[in-house]
Design a protein around this ligand. Structure first.
Ligand code: GDP
Ligand code: MG
Length: 448
């Protein structure tokens, strides 16, 4: 995954304070690979990474995040923006019925979506009508009727219930669509969903039929349904449908599969149209509003890292960080109070173990992490609290009898006090090294 691959990059970047061109390029290269792995179309990847690179180079130094995290954050923001920012809702007509037309290749999931969408709308208090304007496939009308029945939504078809009469393109889909909308009006349905025919590939005849239906019923929404597994073909397909029927929104289907969802980015980027819904299975309930932010992390395959970035930013105590930075700059001594304060900062960011496990590169220290006990922070706190102020800034004076007193005061064994002092000594050494290296670490206390 991208997390794994960024590990190396993160390593090189750790401890650096600003984004150099080389840092940015190294990270952007990994982002490019992740996008290609997610099947984002090549020209889209090229344009996208160029934009990210430009933004990253101009980015201000963010003290809560290390450079690679900053770039990931920029990438995420750009992905969300292209995918439509906020989830877009259906445009409801001022004068009902709201007419929704479905378009897309055969097998994309239109007829299934018609059932899902109608069920969803019905649950929200609408009274939808489904219209079977796919007269191309022998079983298409029947399939919509089955879905309508499951959804508890009526279906308008040329000869309702007798699908065998439509074994070829005998009916006129444009006339059926028009009659269906008229039926919705007369029966006071406030939404009408028109299912249309698809082909296995783009062809002129199919596109003309879809365009004719669009012209005849003047829909409020034309939803382009696209299979998330389509991969690199997403661009040509989306372009053809965008030119052919000028769709208003995109539905991504079969997101329950392995697809990382690159098609969403390709389609949205090429057409500028928002992705509105996600279809995630064969049952009518496998349907949800599309969330650009969730899709962005799926495409990046970095949900965990994004959560970490969010938490780090939210919980980063700016005052405390600045105090530490000043301390290092002044070459002041790192005290047990500082040690405790660092641990408390980390705890503020959430479960320490969980957080550490999310860090790219955690694989290297996974064994240690698994043995890590969060209650350890409580013990450290108790032990430090049992020390006198003088002991905390000058731990060298903590001799045997003081150790025994501290252990007794904090309710731990003397060996735990010894262990703490030993770890503190290591942290102190590390902090000194870092101060000489001229900078604070991206995550204080991480290496402690
Ligand atoms: P249409 O030709 O565009 O009308 O596509 P259909 O609605 O007939 O769907 C084609 C096939 O894909 C059917 O077997 C559906 O059950 C299946 N399908 C549709 N949507 C989804 C989905 O979100 N997930 C999965 N796993 N299968 C789906
Ligand atoms: Mg169909």
């Amino acid at each position: 995954s991208l997390s794994d691959r960024l590990t190396a990059t993160f390593k090189n970047l750790r401890g650096k304070g600003r984004l150099s061109e080389a840092d940015v390029d190294a990270t952007v290269r990994e982002i490019r690979r992740a996008l290609l792995d997610a099947d984002v179309a090549v020209p889209v990847v090229r344009e996208f990474t160029a934009k990210v690179r430009e933004r990253a180079l101009g980015a201000e130094v963010n003290e809560a995040l290390n450079p690679a995290q900053q770039i990931v954050k920029i990438v995420n923001e750009e992905l969300v923006a292209i995918l439509g920012g906020e989830t877009r809702r259906i445009n409801l007509a001022k004068n009902p019925p709201t007419v929704i037309m479905l378009a897309g290749l055969q097998g994309a999931g239109k007829t299934t979506l018609a059932g899902k969408l109608s069920k969803w709308l019905k649950a929200q208090g609408h009274s939808p009508l489904l219209v079977a304007a796919d007269l191309q496939r022998p079983n298409a009308v029947k399939q919509l009727q089955v879905n309508g029945e499951r959804a508890g939504v009526p279906v308008f078809a040329p000869h309702p219930g007798v699908s065998s009469e439509f074994e070829s393109a005998t009916g006129d889909p444009v006339a059926v669509a028009r009659a269906g909308v008229a039926e919705a009006k007369s029966k006071l349905h406030d939404v009408v969903i028109v299912d249309t025919a698809g082909r296995l590939g783009i062809d002129a005849e199919l596109m003309k039929q879809a365009a004719d239906i669009r012209a005849a019923i003047n829909p409020d929404e034309v939803l382009f349904v696209i299979d998330a597994m389509i991969g690199q073909d997403a661009v040509t397909t989306a372009q053809a449908f965008n030119e052919g029927v000028n769709f208003t929104g995109v539905v991504l289907s079969k997101l329950d599969g392995d697809a990382r969802g690159g098609a969403a980015l390709s389609v949205a980027s090429i057409t500028g149209k928002p992705v509105m819904f996600a279809s995630t299975g064969e049952s009518l309930d496998d349907f949800e509003l599309f969330h650009p932010d969730r899709m962005a992390s799926r495409i990046l395959d970095m949900g965990d890292v994004l959560t970490l970035i969010e938490q780090a930013e939210k919980n980063w105590d700016k005052g405390e960080a600045e105090r530490m930075a000043r301390k290092f700059a002044d070459q002041e001594d790192f005290t047990l109070d500082d040690f405790l304060s660092q641990m408390q900062q980390i705890r503020k960011m959430g479960s320490m173990k969980k957080m550490l496990m999310m860090m790219p590169g955690a694989a290297n220290i996974r064994q240690q992490l698994e043995n890590f006990d969060e209650r350890e922070i409580d013990r450290v706190e108790a032990i430090v609290r049992s020390m006198t102020p003088h002991e905390r800034v000058a731990p060298k004076i903590i001799n045997g009898s003081r150790r025994a007193r501290i252990a007794k005061g904090s309710g731990v064994h003397v060996s735990e006090v010894n262990g703490l002092l030993e770890r503190f000594g290591q942290a102190q050494k590390m902090m000194k090294k870092m101060a000489q290296g001229g900078g604070i670490p991206g995550m204080p206390g991480m290496a402690g």
